[in-house]
Design a protein around this ligand. Structure first.
Ligand code: ADP
Ligand code: MG
Length: 698
């Protein structure tokens, strides 16, 4: 491997300094090894011939054998096209070129046999193939062509004759040059045990497989390896941390927890809530630090779970803190928790940026002397002036709004590591959670409290405003409140703000009898708070806003969520927004308003939203539509998903499989000393040097 990894690409025959430069700039390929790992994006079976009467406009690439009957030139000027009428005796199809007309006619004369290859499409009611590959039929042995690789290339590469075909030639040169097998990157026993294709064979088959089955096995081997090393890295790190971090033992479930459970619970817990509380109780009494991610769809009752777990910490003589991403949310938690704990000897305090001066001092000293048991806070808690007597548990609500560094800062406020519970309503597909939060244990509340009516979701075009307003009016008359949400993104901020303000004015005109709030990110925090508060208290009936209301806000009386330009929102955002309604006993509605022009993807998103309210189903769909690199949560956590060949959306089962294998391996070889595994640890070190640090997330 090392010689390949160190041999400059320019020394490969067919490359040279100029092409080497282009390969480096365009594809980041600078060594032979880089080239080896530049895989084709697809293979096409060129051993099969189709008949024209078989084909339609929906087929992948196909191959035909026949003759050109005549040429025709259509359009004019820059739109000129050359069309060849091509037949194989079973029908006629058009071959189309948008350039090089004269050259084409000379190169492909009439009535000579050709093999034509390309993707059929329908245009103007006729089937045609644009810019096909054409070879003279005589002397061409199709059966030997097998699966041909197709490589992504760029315009600059094409100008250097490095189109897909050019890349294919380079690959053949490369393999021709290799006299020895490419060294294995997994232990031999391992390759055998897991029925993997050896690396040398796998790399060859990735480029030049003889059949689809070979290609599948080659891909499997490489995906396996890629995911395996990532999991091995994460799990190894997690073990090290567990060994290092002595956790606090919360041995008792005491007076507070029991009194609350028996006397204060406003409603029976759902089974899912009970289960996750049990999981966390076990964690906090295991002698190790708890590091748990609690996932639960919006409205699944995470706050109550957090509160009960915090009571266990207090029962054991420690303080607990719950951190919320916004002041509004912190205040809501404060109000909820105060009410729930009424009559219990727990001192609850709220610490946000607006708690200042005379109000702040006693809270800070109470935290220091331990008389404050439960703190509800925003980022304000991270300031250096804040310190605790004995912080035993930290709950982070809506975690993706907190950066890794910020969380680390909170942990460091103690001599010992507090238990950590991270809560999120952004459902993260299991496969992604395992990679993202590899060293976090995951608990899931997969059940909503009884009696919730699913939010009724409907798609409307923006030409149907009148009936929408009518509907809003009838709901407000019945005592409900309405959200109207507009998109706002940096790139089009001015336009977006204008839309929002126009929308606000229209709403005020249409509903002169009701007070209307408007909230957006440009407002000062205090103004924003005040407007939110007016809506929370019911003074205003309609809230016109950007996505600032996305996280956590709880106004049970709000029963309609209107999302303007819904096509511009991502799935998880739409789901979060919808989660703002449907919190009370009334039937709630979510109305997705779009223009007529919808891309395929936005139509799919709208369809999914109107079909299901299941957050996990939506998250899985999101992962499929967008790919993992784009998912909310992954961007904010700053991890690049530069998986080379595996795909988290599709390879979930394999990921689970390799995770189990990695766990077993760590059990079998805990001090990394077995000679047969030496290559594993060596590879791990090498990969860590070149890859992102997967494991620095917690
Ligand atoms: P989220 O998980 O989105 O943070 P919350 O904790 O805000 O959800 O809970 C949503 C609503 O459900 C709250 O009004 C809460 O009082 C209520 N709730 C929580 N648990 C239950 C339960 N077991 N039965 C009925 N209602 C519940
Ligand atoms: Mg919540």
């Amino acid at each position: 491997m090392s010689t390949l990894a160190h041999t400059d690409i320019q020394y490969l025959s067919g490359v040279g300094p100029q092409r080497a430069e282009v390969l480096r700039k365009e594809l980041n390929i600078s060594t032979l090894n880089d080239l080896l790992y530049y895989f084709p994006y697809k293979h096409i079976d060129r051993s099969r011939l189709y008949y024209i009467h078989e084909i339609d406009g929906n087929m992948p690439y196909i191959q035909l054998r026949g003759k050109i009957l005549s040429y025709e030139t259509a359009g004019g000027g820059r739109k000129e096209r050359t069309i060849a009428h091509f037949t194989d005796g079973t029908g006629i199809i058009d071959l189309v070129w948008f350039q090089y007309g004269k050259f084409i006619q000379k190169r492909y004369p009439l009535n000579k046999e050709f093999i034509v290859f390309g993707k059929p499409t329908v245009f103007g009611g006729r089937i045609n193939i644009a810019h096909p590959d054409i070879d003279p039929a005589d002397g061409l042995d199709i059966s030997g062509m097998g699966l041909r690789p197709y490589y992504n290339t760029t315009e600059r590469m094409k100008r250097m004759n490095l189109s897909s075909g050019g890349m294919e030639k380079l690959m053949r040169n490369l393999f021709g040059m290799l006299t020895e097998p490419i060294p294995e990157t997994l232990p031999e026993y391992f390759v055998e045990e897991h029925h993997l294709m050896p690396l040398d064979e796998a790399l060859r088959c990735m480029h030049f497989p003889e059949n689809p089955e070979q290609l599948r096995r080659a891909e499997y081997r490489l995906k396996f390896e890629e995911l395996f090393y990532i999991q091995l890295d994460i799990l190894r790190y997690a073990r090290m941390r567990q060994q290092k971090s002595q956790g606090l033992c919360f041995t008792v479930v005491g007076h507070l927890f029991n009194t609350f459970y028996n006397e204060k619970l406003p409603f029976p817990l759902t089974n899912a809530q009970k289960r996750v509380i049990r999981e966390m109780r076990a964690d906090m009494n295991s002698g190790r630090q708890m590091n748990r991610l609690l996932q639960g769809d919006v409205g699944s009752g995470k706050t109550l779970v957090a509160l009960m777990v915090m009571l266990i910490a207090i029962d054991n003589g420690y303080q607990a803190c719950i951190m919320a991403p916004t002041e509004i949310l912190a205040e809501q938690h404060y109000a909820t928790i105060r009410t729930l704990l009424e009559g219990l000897p727990v001192r609850v305090e709220l610490l946000t940026g607006s708690v200042k001066g005379r109000r702040r001092a006693p809270i800070l000293s109470g935290l220091q002397d331990g008389s404050v048991h439960l703190l509800i806070a925003t980022h304000a808690v991270l300031e250096d002036t804040v310190s605790f007597a004995a912080l035993g548990l930290v709950v982070v609500d809506e975690q993706h709004r907190f950066g890794v560094a910020q969380r680390a800062k909170l942990w460091s406020k103690n001599d010992f590591l507090p238990h950590v519970l991270v809560m999120t309503a952004t459902p993260i597909p299991r496969t992604l959670a395992m990679t993202l939060y590899g060293d976090l244990d995951v608990s899931v509340i997969d059940e909503l409290p009884p009696g919730r009516k699913p939010v009724f979701t409907e798609h409307r075009y923006d030409t149907q405003k009148a009936s929408l307003y009518q509907f809003m009016c009838s709901q407000i008359d019945a005592g409900r409140q309405v959200y109207v949400v507009y998109p706002l993104i940096k790139e089009s901020e001015k336009m977006d703000l204008k839309n929002l303000e126009d929308g606000y004015r229209t709403i005020c005109e249409v509903f002169p009898d009701y007070a209307v709030s408007m909230v957006h990110g440009r407002l000062k925090p205090a103004e924003k708070e005040a407007e939110m508060q007016r809506f929370v208290s019911g003074e205003t009936k309609i809230m016109v806003a950007t996505t600032v209301i996305e996280v956590g806000v709880n106004v049970p009386n709000a029963s309609i969520m209107v999302i303007q330009n819904a096509e511009r929102f991502g799935l998880s955002q739409l789901h979060q927004l919808r989660g703002r309604v449907g919190r009370g006993a009334d039937q709630s509605y979510c109305i997705l308003v779009t223009s007529f022009k919808l891309t395929d993807d936005s139509r799919k998103r709208i369809d999914i939203m109107t079909r299901t309210t299941d957050g996990f189903e939506i998250a899985e769909a999101d992962l499929r539509l967008r790919g993992p690199g784009d998912l909310e949560g992954t961007q904010q956590s700053g991890i690049a998903f530069d998986l080379h060949i595996a795909n988290l959306a599709r390879d979930g089962i394999l990921l689970q499989h390799v995770r189990d294998i990695a766990l077993r391996l760590l059990d079998d070889d805990p001090d990394e000393s077995r000679p047969e595994n030496r290559i594993l640890w060596q590879q791990l070190r090498e990969r860590r040097r070149t890859n992102v640090n997967w494991s620095a997330i917690s």
